[in-house]
Ligand binder design. Structure first.
Ligand code: MG
Ligand code: MG
Length: 246
């Protein structure tokens, strides 16, 4: 899984460099395909199935700009100065999966949007710091939710992290908040468990809406949203991040 994680890290690094004004999200998406293919990996997002037969996800990455929370589709949109660009990549290599996301700040990003990104990235860092055998996920999720909400952010409820292994999306669901459902079906972290942890935080309301394309998820108030994700293994010594290039 670390080998798959390294591919994802390389893809996101290359795509981050490309996030400059005037570059289209399609150009970034095509470069992602070249990078993971050259490393022998298979992308996991293109043609990801939906409830409509024959209408899988159309791009290699999810590229989610500004008010797009997740699952943005690459197209001819040009990146502009001041944008925040969410890049989410999942690949499979030799039968094992890696999944990671980051949000790239392009040029002169307003201070409040910069803060949104910093806090969301810190929410992920806090989760990783607090993952270890014997912990229940609700304990970690409480820390994540508290940090984001104390900063005035909305923690998205409709999308959550997930187990990951030979498939990208495995049980359990890994929420970034505490709910009665999580407390009823809490997850005990054990050595060898691997989770994709992926906080999604909004500058305004936590509510989201899905566009008519069936994929693109927007904030209900159209304020910006940030997303960071790592594939994280629980080991005897704590968390081991598999998608940080190490
Ligand atoms: Mg992802
Ligand atoms: Mg994921």
């Amino acid at each position: 899984m670390r080998a798959a994680g390294r591919v994802v890290y390389q893809v996101l690094g290359r795509c981050r460099e490309m996030c400059r004004p005037g570059v289209t999200t399609r150009e970034i998406d095509e470069e992602a395909y070249r990078v993971f293919s050259s490393m022998g990996a298979r992308g996991l997002f293109k043609n990801y199935p939906t409830y409509k037969p024959g209408e899988g996800f159309p791009s290699n990455l999810c590229i989610s700009v500004n008010e797009v929370v997740v699952h943005g589709i690459a197209d001819d949109r040009e990146i502009a100065d001041g944008d925040i660009v969410g890049l989410d990549c999942g690949v499979q290599l030799d039968g094992w999966c890696g999944d990671s996301a980051t949000t790239v700040l392009v040029g002169d990003v307003p201070a409040d949007v910069r803060k949104l990104c910093e806090v969301t990235e810190q929410v992920l860092a806090l989760a990783i710091e607090n993952m270890r055998p014997g912990r229940r996920w609700s304990q970690v999720a409480r820390i994540m939710q508290g940090y984001a909400e104390d900063a005035g952010l909305g923690v998205v409820r409709d999308f959550v992290g997930h187990g990951i292994g030979q498939s990208m999306h495995e049980d359990p669901k890994v929420p970034n908040f505490v709910s009665p459902d999580l407390l009823r079906h809490d997850i005990e972290l054990r050595e060898g468990v691997v989770l994709a942890v992926e906080p999604m935080c909004n500058m305004g309301t936590r509510e989201v809406v899905t566009m008519a394309d069936g994929w693109t998820v927007l904030t209900a108030d159209r304020k910006p949203s940030a997303h960071y994700e790592h594939t994280v293994a629980v080991t005897a010594n704590g968390a081991d991040v598999l998608t940080d290039g190490s």
